[in-house]
Design a binder for this molecule. Structure first.
Ligand code: MF3
Ligand code: CO
Length: 251
């Protein structure tokens, strides 16, 4: 069942989304060679608690940290660790979820560590633009899979692939609500989009094949072929005035 949000509820979701956006600004400033993913996790947790926000991932199905920190061939759900030291030329996907006044914001972004190769710059750019291609389809009257199709077409037109095993989701008082939001598939399928729907759209784009596998820790998802992967996610409201990005810094 898809839960529609009232305009007051959307204001509350925007407050949650803004805290997540500000946490990402903190991450953006921290990412550099020599920093560990655990240091970033601790800084984000401290920031969220100072803002009276509750980390959404910690304890979720036993997940042990505030952020997911996914370096290079790690697709999603990398567990922060003092053993993972960021190196020049790498990329790190940071996923942050937080509850404020009972509503959840969820956003992921992939950052370059220092200077990265031209190929990696392209992967980052295409991943971000794939997300915005999907967001552009989050309009009243479209069907859900119009979002999925737009993301896939965009990413594949650059020769990259879209992960199948993880998808986006509805979001609200819970981090995961209906409907699932795949980043692939034909257009014109699934529920019709209505004002008040709130979706976390989160493409994961691989430089190589789309297959992923989960490591023995039961969280860390890596590309099967070792190619690098990027993850970009926004929480988005569908409104009569078009898509509203709830996890952006501005507006
Ligand atoms: N953005 C991810 C999701 O929506 C983050 C979940 S990580 C978890 O599923 F640890 F909470 F599972
Ligand atoms: Co999400």
């Amino acid at each position: 069942m898809i839960i529609l949000k009232s305009s007051d509820e959307l204001l509350a979701m925007r407050r949650a989304g803004l805290v997540v956006a500000r946490a990402h600004e903190l991450v953006r400033e921290m990412v550099r060679p020599g920093v560990t993913t655990l240091q970033i996790d601790q800084a984000v947790e401290e920031f969220l608690r100072k803002e009276n926000a509750i980390p959404a991932f910690k304890g979720y199905h036993g997940y042990p940290a505030t952020i997911c920190a996914s370096v290079n061939e790690v697709v999603v759900h990398g567990i922060p660790s003092s053993d993972v030291v960021l190196e020049e030329g790498s990329i790190i996907g940071v996923d942050i979820g937080a509850f404020v006044d009972g509503f959840c914001g969820d956003s992921a972004w992939t950052y370059p560590v220092g200077e990265v190769s031209e190929e990696v710059k392209t992967l980052l750019k295409v991943g971000e633009e794939a997300l915005y291609s999907g967001i552009a389809q989050a309009v009243v009257g479209n069907r859900l899979s119009d979002i999925s199709y737009a993301v896939q077409q965009y990413a594949e037109s650059f020769g990259f692939s879209v992960v199948r095993d993880f998808v986006g989701h509805g979001i609200g008082r819970k981090m995961h609500e209906d409907p699932p939001v795949p980043n692939f598939g034909p257009p014109g399928r699934g529920p019709r989009l209505k004002a008040g729907m709130t979706l976390a759209i989160e493409p994961m784009i691989n430089a190589g094949g789309y297959e992923v596998e989960v490591l023995e820790d039961n969280w860390t998802a890596v590309t099967r072929d070792g190619s690098w992967s990027v993850h970009f996610e926004h929480t988005v409201a569908i409104t009569d005035d078009g898509p509203q990005v709830l996890t952006s810094l501005q507006e």
